[in-house]
Design a protein around this ligand. Structure first.
Ligand code: ADP
Ligand code: MG
Length: 734
């Protein structure tokens, strides 16, 4: 049967109500109807379902649709029945949720030949009685949806998917259409091999999502950054992905405390809560859903405006899929990921319980994610390249690396060295290994190949393995080098690379972004004076004006500037534009006491500034910590009033002494006065107390403990300095 384009369009309108096909839908449908197998790679939202639904309705027999998403089957089936005048028998699903009567109904309809589409979960397909049933009917074709589940190299491997091919052979041969939204070349090959369809025509749409903005940020003050981001994007829908259920719960709570309507979603919640939370998000009763990756499969909300990754996911496939849920309507979609190497180590730890082969694969996928996060190459280019698509434009202009580029350097000589090394070796090696040779890293693998004796070993004393890895990575992205798809990860030289090698030319490369490893900032910082949040994001003009008044006030009052307001406090003011004392109190590190004592001139200045510049102020922006944290504070303040030794207070609250000092700093930093003299008298020599106190009063230019230790010399401990600083800040500042 070869329907004309006119007929196909007519049926499209008839059944689905659409006027035209999207992308390659028509070609795919035609190909299938002509009795051929097809492999379809199309991004999420591209319209894959239609590629098998329409042919199923037009062709003789029943199409078998294999999909892992039991929860979505019913929706799909209902939708089709709706399209086709509610003819119930036309589409069915077969999975573990059906009772006996329902199964009997499906059998009857199948055998009578009215059913055009049968959705089956892979585990139901393996059941003997179902195989026997399907052997009795005519099959038009098999559709394998979410086909990446077949490959161990995919991000969502499901062992049952491996059985599809033998079972299909048992039931009866028919064309196969495999569909997925994420597949690296390696995964694609796996799928085709496994389904016995290496010869099938491949329909690959571009994976470029032009409207998505990609950014990777270092993981510093993450909660704060997230709240700030959401406050700057009020009223927009967004998803935040976290790795653990615990973090999901915590973050959702924190957002609510800060006036953001958010709900959690993870597999640990009961089904009805999950469904409810999802509905509230879809119905826009809440703006933000905080979720593990359990959320999102099949969610079809077109106007999700941002997707935030609190942790870097464990594969780029996952990242692409999850970010893909932003901006499906073609409108704005901001994708922000927070990256720290610590998180990566956590991911690696999770894997240690898995079988060795799986660990190897997992590690490789994680490495690719790290490379992406740390890279300075255009994000879009890196992503598309990863999925085997070449993106020829130099820059996309819609990612952090394009908009805020890092320094460039001439890569000619270095790339030449890499290619020279690869050419000089008899076999191919992975990127890490090559980088280790060039960077002069001796490890057991290097030794086992005797590669520490090569002339290339540590070839440039000023360049480490990390640098060489960046060169290799960019060589890959720029296609001078190639990673072998079959033997995953082995690097070889491409034709372009050989041409370059014969006649080298200029290759600008980007220096790798430095991701300083930061402390876990799982705790919410009700930040005292010790931590400074980077990033800023405030009004620089206002900030420098605020610093000016702080300076003159400090002269007038003969107090060090940091005693008046810390830098983070001023930065916060430049973001929040407080114009009353109450609002000022909401700024980081500003409590009642400080607001009253020093605040007046600051809010007057801000009020004037806001008016003159017609600034629209963000409404209530402040990071409030969750309740039990402030309960701790109350307990601590009360205990100090009762003159309990600090170590006892720490014990009672299950804290280290260090952590208690953090709390005390936060307390005095925000303007509450506490008197710890009783404790200081017990633990620090009186002369030392005076020395440290005088240092802060007369000499210090900042509140830094390290600077103090340097200036005071080796006789003073960090603990002593911190305690006296707390006393000092409390007495002078509050
Ligand atoms: P995928 O499975 O590729 O993520 P879906 O099959 O779920 O995508 O389709 C995504 C959306 O696009 C659905 O809402 C679907 O109704 C719609 N759609 C599919 N084909 C067309 C078309 N030809 N014209 C308009 N909308 C379409
Ligand atoms: Mg789909």
């Amino acid at each position: 049967m070869q329907p004309t384009s006119e007929i196909l369009h007519h049926k499209l309108k008839d059944f689905f109500g659409f006027d035209s096909f999207k992308g390659e839908q028509e070609a795919i449908i035609r190909h299938l109807i002509e009795g051929n197998s097809a492999f379809v790679l199309m991004p999420t939202g591209g319209g894959k379902s239609l590629c098998y639904q329409l042919p199923a309705l037009l062709m003789e027999g029943t199409a078998i649709v294999i999909s892992p998403l039991i929860a979505l089957m019913k929706n799909q089936v209902d939708a089709i029945r709706g399209f086709v005048d509610n003819k119930e028998g036309i589409a069915h699903f077969l999975n573990s949720s059906l009772n006996k009567t329902q199964i009997q109904e499906v059998r009857d309809h199948l055998l009578s030949g009215v059913t055009k589409l049968l959705y089956v979960a892979p585990e139901s397909l393996t059941k003997e009685e179902n195989i026997q049933l399907l052997q009795k009917i005519k099959i038009s074709f098999y559709a394998v949806d979410e086909a990446h589940c077949i490959s161990e190299w995919g991000h969502d491997f499901r062992p049952e998917y491996r059985k599809i091919h033998p079972i299909v052979n048992e039931i009866g041969k028919a064309p196969i259409i495999a569909l997925t939204a994420t597949a690296t070349p390696k995964v694609q090959q796996d799928i085709q091999k496994n389904l016995g369809m290496l010869e099938a025509k491949v329909f690959k749409s571009s994976f470029n999502r032009e409207n998505l903005y990609y950014e990777v940020r270092p993981k510093v003050n993450t909660e704060r950054e997230i709240i700030k981001f959401i406050k700057n994007n009020q009223g927009k829908s967004g998803i935040i992905y976290c790795l653990s259920r615990k973090k999901v719960e915590e973050l959702a709570e924190l957002l609510n405390v800060n006036g953001i309507k958010a709900l959690p979603y993870h597999a640990g919640l009961d089904a009805s809560t999950r469904a409810q939370n999802q509905d509230k998000f879809l119905m826009e009763e809440v703006d933000v859903i905080v979720a593990t990756i359990a959320f999102g499969m099949g969610i079809d909300k077109p106007d999700v405006r941002f997707v935030i990754h609190y942790n870097m996911p464990k594969s780029l496939e996952g990242y692409y899929q999850e970010t893909g849920r932003a901006g499906r309507d073609g409108g704005e979609g901001q994708c922000i990921a927070f990256y720290s190497y610590k998180d990566i180590q956590k991911l690696e730890k999770f894997m240690q319980s898995k079988p060795l082969a799986e660990q190897e694969i997992g590690k490789q996928l994680i490495n690719d994610t790290v490379a992406y996060a740390e890279s300075n190459v255009c994000r879009r280019k890196s992503l598309l390249n990863y999925f085997g698509e070449s993106y020829t434009a130099e820059k996309c202009g819609n990612c952090d690396n394009c908009l805020y580029p890092k320094k460039q350097f001439e890569g000619k000589e270095f790339l030449y060295t890499v290619i020279e090394l690869i050419n000089s070796m008899k076999e191919n090696f992975k990127a890490d290994h090559l980088a280790n040779i060039l960077g002069g890293v001796t490890n057991s693998i290097i030794k086992s190949y005797n590669h520490h004796k090569l002339e290339f070993f540590g070839i440039n004393p000023n360049k480490d393995a990390r640098f060489w890895l960046a060169v290799i990575r960019q060589g890959l992205v720029l296609q001078f080098l190639n990673k072998d798809v079959e033997k995953y990860g082995l690097v070889s030289v491409t034709e372009k690379g050989m041409e370059f090698f014969e006649k080298p030319y200029s290759v600008p490369m980007a220096e790798d972004r430095e991701f300083v490893d930061t402390e876990d900032d799982d705790a919410v910082s009700t930040v005292g004076t010790t931590k400074h949040h980077g990033g800023g994001g405030g009004d620089d003009t206002l900030l420098s004006m605020l610093k000016d008044i702080r300076h003159s006030l400090s002269k007038r009052l003969k107090l060090p500037p940091f005693v008046i307001f810390s830098d983070p406090s001023l930065e916060d003011m430049s973001i929040m534009y407080p114009i009353t004392l109450d609002e000022l109190k909401n700024c980081q590190g500003v409590g009642e006491g400080k607001a009253k004592k020093f605040g007046k001139e600051f809010i007057q200045l801000i009020a004037k500034y806001v008016e003159e510049n017609e600034i629209i102020r963000p409404t209530e922006f402040v990071v409030k910590s969750v309740a039990n944290k402030s309960l701790n504070k109350v307990y601590i303040i009360k205990s100090i009033d009762r003159r309990l030794p600090l170590d006892e207070i720490a014990d009672a609250k299950n804290m280290e002494l260090d952590q208690l000092y953090d709390e005390l700093e936060a307390i005095v930093g925000s303007g509450t006065r506490i008197n710890i003299d009783y404790y200081i008298r017990q633990v620090i020599d009186e002369d030392k107390v005076d020395d440290i106190y005088d240092y802060f009063k007369e000499e210090a230019t900042s509140d830094s403990v390290n600077e103090a230790l340097k200036a005071l010399g080796p006789d003073y401990t960090e603990e002593e300095v911190r305690l006296i600083r707390i006393k000092f800040m409390s007495e002078l500042g509050n």
